[in-house]
Design a protein around this ligand. Structure first.
Ligand code: MSP
Length: 546
C-alpha cells in the first residue's frame, strides 16, 4: 500500500478550560487561588497528554461593587482596577498559573462583543423594559426576591442587601427554562458534582424561573446598553460572556471560538453555580451557541473557625505561603488535602504536615536514598538491569498501569485521588527498598541484582517525576538534574512513561539539594523554620565569626 503521510497526520484534540474571572481585589486569599490552581493543573495535565489546550482566566472589572471601592479609594475606577489587575497577574505568576489568555472585561475586545450580544437579545425579543423593585446584594452582584433572603440577608454571602427600585431591561428566562431543564436531565455530566445539579433543578428550575434584570441605571461603571445609554449592562451578563468574547465571538476574528468552543470544563466555586448553570446556558441558548460540556462547582476552603477573611492575615495570604513553602507544595496541598467538590479546611499545620510527610519523607527520601546508594555502589552511574524477580515485577506492573489510572481520575477532576494513586506508587518504591535491602545485596556481593534494583528505582523516580509535572511544575526539573537527564526531553514526556526501561544505562547522576527540607512551626502564628542544611549552618557559622 502507498504511504500516505497526509492520512497519518491527526490534529491534536482541543481542550478549553476556564476559571471564573476574578473581582479585582488586592485581598485575594488562598481560597481564591484554589479554583485557578485546579484549572492550571488540569490544563497542564491535558497539555502533557497531547491536547491543544486553551486555558482562560481574567478579571471581572465592572459593577457597583468595584465602582464603590474605587470611590472609597478616591480613584477613577479604571485606574483603580489597572493597579490591582497587575497584582493579580503577579499572584498567578508566583503560583505558576500557565494561562493562555487573560481577559479583562474593560478591554475593547470584550466590551464590543458584549454590546453585540445584548443587541441581539433585544432584537430577537428576549429583552424587554420594565421596572425592577427588589433586593440587591452588592458583594455578590445579585438580584434577590423576598423569598430568597435568609433573615433579611443575602443567602449566599450572609451580608446585608439593599432595596433597589429602578427602570431596567429584563431577560425572558422563562422562554428557555424548559429547554434548559431538558438539557440538564439529558446530560448528567453537564453540572458536576451531581448534588449541585439537583439543587439547581429543585430550587430554581422546578419552582419556575423568574425573568432576570440585565441592566442598571443608578451607577455608571459598566458597559453601556448600545441603544439606551442611560443603562449599563448587568455585570453578570457582562462577566459570563467573557468565556466566548475572549475567543473572539462576534468579532472579526473568531477562529479561536470556532476551534475551542464549547468549553470542555468550566471550573467555578459552588456559590456561583446558579449563574453558570442557569443564566449562562440560557444566554448561550438565546445566542444559538452550544453549551459547555461540563460546569464543575468545587467546594470552599474554610478555616477551622469558619470563613476566610482578610483579617485572618498571614495564614491565608498565598504570596506569604508561597514564600514559606514554595508554590509546588501549596499546589500539592490544595489538590491533595480536599476531595475536589467538597468543602475542606485549610490550616498551616495541615500544609506543614503534607510538606513534611508526603513531600519530604515520601518523595524527597525516595530520591535521596536511591541516589545515595547509587553513589556508594556504582559511582553514581546508572547501571544496566538484568533479570527480574517477583518484587521487581510488582513494581513494574504498578508503574505500567499508573498513567492510565491517573488519566481516568484526572478526567473526572478527582485530583486528590489521582495524587493518592501516585503516592501509593511512591510508597511502593520506598517499600521495595526496604524489602530488597540493597545494602545487604552489596554486602553479599550480588552486583547484578543490586544493579537491577537500583535501575528499577531510578526508572520509577523518572516516571513519578513526569506524573508530578501538572501539579508541581518546578520539582520535576530538579529531579531530572539529579538524575542527569535534564537535557533529554524525550525522557520527560508522556510517551516516555508508558514504557518501563527507557532510562539509558551509563548516565551520570548528580545528587543535589534536598528537594523538600523538613520544616517546623516555631509557635503560634509564626513562620515555620526550615532546618538549616549543613552548608547553611557552615555559612552561618562563618558569618557569626566574622
Ligand atoms: N467575579 C465573579 C465570577 C464571575 S465569572 C463569570 C467572582 N469572583 S471572585 O473573585 O469572588 O471569586 C473567584 C473564584 O474564587 C470563585 O470561583 C470563588 O468560588 C473562588 N473562591 C473565593 N473564595 C473561596 C474559598 N474560600 N474557597 C474556595 N474558593 C473560593 O465570583
Amino acid at each position: 500500500m502507498m504511504h500516505n503521510p497526509k492520512k497519518e497526520f491527526r490534529m491534536p484534540k482541543t481542550f478549553y478550560i476556564t476559571t471564573p474571572i476574578y473581582y479585582p481585589s488586592d485581598k485575594l486569599h488562598i481560597g481564591h487561588s484554589y479554583t485557578t490552581v485546579a484549572a492550571d493543573v488540569m490544563a497542564r495535565f491535558k497539555r502533557l497528554t497531547g491536547y491543544d489546550v486553551h486555558f482562560l482566566t481574567g478579571t471581572d472589572e465592572h459593577g457597583q461593587k468595584i465602582e464603590r471601592r474605587a470611590t472609597e479609594a478616591g480613584e477613577d475606577p479604571q485606574v483603580f482596577v489597572d493597579g490591582i489587575v497587575m497584582w493579580i497577574k503577579e499572584l498567578w505568576r508566583i503560583l505558576d498559573i500557565s494561562y493562555d489568555d487573560f481577559i479583562r472585561t474593560t478591554e475593547p475586545r470584550h466590551k464590543l462583543s458584549v454590546q453585540k450580544i445584548f443587541q441581539k437579545f433585544y432584537d430577537q425579543g428576549d429583552i424587554y423594559k420594565a421596572k425592577y423593585e427588589g433586593w440587591y446584594c452588592t458583594p455578590c452582584e445579585s438580584f434577590l426576591n423576598e423569598r430568597q433572603l435568609k433573615e433579611n440577608k443575602c443567602p449566599d454571602c450572609g451580608r446585608p442587601v439593599e432595596l433597589v427600585a429602578e427602570e431596567s431591561y429584563f431577560f425572558r428566562m422563562s422562554r428557555y427554562a424548559a429547554r434548559l431543564l431538558e438539557h440538564i436531565e439529558n446530560h448528567p455530566e453537564f453540572i458536576q458534582p451531581a448534588s449541585r445539579k439537583n439543587e439547581m433543578i429543585n430550587n430554581f428550575l422546578r419552582p419556575g424561573l423568574e425573568d432576570l434584570c440585565v441592566s442598571r441605571t443608578t451607577f455608571r461603571w459598566g458597559i453601556p446598553v448600545p441603544f439606551d445609554e442611560q443603562h449599563v449592562i448587568y455585570v453578570w451578563l457582562d462577566a459570563l460572556s467573557n468565556y466566548i468574547t475572549a475567543l473572539g465571538y462576534f468579532s472579526e476574528d473568531d477562529a479561536q471560538f470556532l476551534r475551542f468552543w464549547p468549553a470542555d470544563v468550566q471550573l467555578i466555586g459552588k456559590e456561583i453555580v446558579r449563574f453558570h448553570t442557569i443564566y449562562w446556558p440560557i444566554f448561550l441558548m438565546a445566542l444559538g451557541v452550544a453549551l459547555p460540556k461540563k460546569v464543575f462547582g468545587h467546594g470552599w476552603l474554610l478555616l477551622d473557625d469558619g470563613k476566610m477573611s482578610k483579617s485572618k492575615g498571614n495564614v491565608i495570604d498565598p504570596t506569604i505561603l508561597a514564600e514559606r513553602y514554595g508554590s509546588d507544595a501549596i499546589r500539592y496541598f490544595l489538590l491533595r488535602e480536599i476531595p475536589f467538590g467538597a468543602d475542606g479546611s485549610f490550616s498551616e499545620e495541615a500544609l506543614l504536615q503534607r510538606h513534611n510527610f508526603d513531600l519530604a519523607n515520601d518523595l524527597g527520601n525516595l530520591l535521596n536514598r536511591t541516589l545515595a546508594m547509587l553513589g556508594k555502589y556504582f559511582q553514581g552511574k546508572v547501571p544496566s538491569p538484568a533479570g527480574e524477580e517477583a518484587g521487581d515485577r510488582a513494581l513494574r506492573e504498578a508503574a505500567a498501569v499508573l498513567p492510565s489510572k491517573i488519566t481516568e481520575l484526572m478526567d473526572e477532576l478527582q485530583f486528590s485521588n489521582a495524587l493518592a494513586e501516585l503516592w501509593k506508587f511512591i510508597g511502593l518504591a520506598n517499600k521495595y527498598i526496604d524489602d530488597v535491602a540493597p545494602w545487604a545485596l552489596a554486602r553479599e556481593g550480588q552486583q547484578e541484582r543490586l544493579a537491577t534494583v537500583l535501575y528499577n528505582l531510578l526508572e520509577s523516580i523518572r516516571i513519578i517525576s513526569v506524573l508530578l509535572l501538572p501539579v508541581m511544575p518546578r520539582t520535576p526539573e530538579k529531579i531530572w538534574m539529579q538524575l542527569g537527564i535534564a537535557d533529554q526531553p524525550a525522557l520527560h514526556n508522556w510517551q516516555s512513561i508508558l514504557e518501563f526501561g527507557l532510562l539509558p544505562a551509563g548516565v551520570q547522576t548528580a545528587p543535589g539539594e534536598v528537594l523538600f527540607p523538613r520544616l517546623e512551626l516555631t509557635g503560634e502564628g509564626e513562620a515555620p523554620v526550615r532546618q538549616a542544611t549543613k552548608k547553611e549552618q557552615d555559612a552561618a557559622g562563618k558569618r557569626a565569626s566574622r
